[in-house]
Design a protein around this ligand. Structure first.
Ligand code: SF4
Length: 378
């Protein structure tokens, strides 16, 4: 089903929550983080409402270090500029090398600097026009520089801006992701490549979604993307087509599991606000955040600006999830680790629905005792 615009009244509820603050748009990084923890309504609402989570974490007294350093941003920008010089000549060369097909000159439609004064909605409309022409093969030789794509995320419309979409090559379009971490002897950091691939999968899904709304074939978008990196710490580009099939399935499945953010927002009590303008007290912000159901786990520390706040809450409430998904799943029906401890030591009678967990805990305690007796590490 193509995404539909959410009802105006519901969107305005998320807008009301944000108050006077400027909306922070979705990014592919935010969406991949959402799909890693689809059960967290807190993050879903904050992102759908466009809240600046970094500033919110500061106001709550638990800032977490996130984002690229100014040095990394400058390096990325310089590398991108070089790659895009002369009508994306480097990109065209890389595609030719990777696909082994002759690729002629192409022109570039700049949807970034040329449209700086326009909003994302205007840029998205122009992107649709261009994609419509490309899909009909009327303008197949055009590379889209920073097109604006739309995707339905948790019931709201996300505007996403990939670095580029290639011209038609062998009747396929390729999403292009430019990163500034190096490929040394053709090898790059595996975690960074995996992160880039997840983000590319989001762009591919968005591109296919736009094509679908145009009545065009979404299969026009390749299920591989071109990753462009600096070669061997120089500024020369290295390009590699990366298979995305697994990531596409995973991201699509997780997106389908996201609950509608505006429904979670509607459940907040009257007077709830996430307006970061100076007049809002920290107590009020904390109350609103704490009202939103969350699902903290150690992975949050790598992907969410609010992780230090949620970790403090998990510690305070002795939430088993703070020790990871394995512990959380091993203790169903137990709200805190203190209860688990008391049950394991026989200091508390289990409720009928807790008996199975208690049996497992007793077995684990026996195993631990045996290992200790045998001189092994506990
Ligand atoms: S840190 Fe908090 S808000 Fe962010 S994903 Fe984890 S539980 Fe959700």
């Amino acid at each position: 089903m193509p995404p539909t615009s959410p009802p105006a009244a519901r969107v305005s509820q998320l807008d009301t929550l944000r108050g006077n603050e400027q909306r922070q748009e979705y990014t592919a990084r935010k969406i991949t983080a959402l799909t890693i923890n689809p059960g967290c309504h807190r993050r879903a609402v904050l992102d759908a409402a466009g809240i600046d989570k970094g500033r919110l974490a500061e106001r709550l007294g638990h800032p977490a270090p996130f984002g690229q350093s100014p040095f990394a941003i400058t390096r990325q920008r310089a590398f991108e500029e070089q790659l895009k010089a002369n009508g994306y000549a480097e990109l065209i060369t890389l595609l030719r090398a990777e696909l082994g097909v002759p690729i002629e000159e192409a022109r570039v439609a700049d949807l970034n600097s040329a449209w700086e004064s326009e909003g994302l909605g205007v840029r998205a409309a122009e992107t649709r026009n261009l994609l419509g022409a490309i899909a009909k093969d009327d303008d197949a030789r055009v590379i889209l520089d920073h097109p604006v794509l739309t995707l339905d995320v948790a019931g709201t419309t996300a505007h996403l801006v990939p670095d580029a979409v290639s011209h038609r090559v062998g009747d396929r379009l390729y999403v292009v992701v430019i990163r500034s971490f190096a490929a040394v002897d053709g090898r790059a950091d595996a975690n960074s490549v995996a992160e880039a691939a997840k983000q590319a999968a989001v762009y591919v899904l968005a591109l296919r979604s736009v094509l679908r709304t145009l009545g065009a074939d979404p299969a026009l978008v390749a299920d591989r993307f071109l990753l462009v990196l600096p070669r061997d710490f120089t500024n020369r580009p290295y390009g590699r087509l990366v298979d995305l099939r697994q990531q596409l399935d995973a991201v699509q499945y997780q997106l389908s599991r996201l609950d509608r953010a505006e429904e979670a927002a509607a459940a907040l009590s009257a007077g709830a606000t996430l307006d970061l303008s100076t007049g809002t007290s920290t107590e009020r912000l904390t109350r609103t955040v704490d009202e939103l159901p969350h699902l903290y786990g150690p992975r949050c520390l790598d992907m969410c600006e609010l992780s230090h706040h949620c970790r403090e809450e998990a510690r305070r409430t002795r939430d088993p999830a703070r020790l990871g998904a394995v512990v959380r799943d091993a203790l169903p029906g137990l709200a805190d680790t203190t209860t688990a401890h008391h049950l394991a030591l026989g200091q508390r009678r289990p409720a009928p629905e807790q008996e199975e967990v208690v049996t497992q805990l007793a077995r684990a305690a026996q195993l631990r005792a045996r290992r200790r007796a045998a001189g092994g590490a506990a």
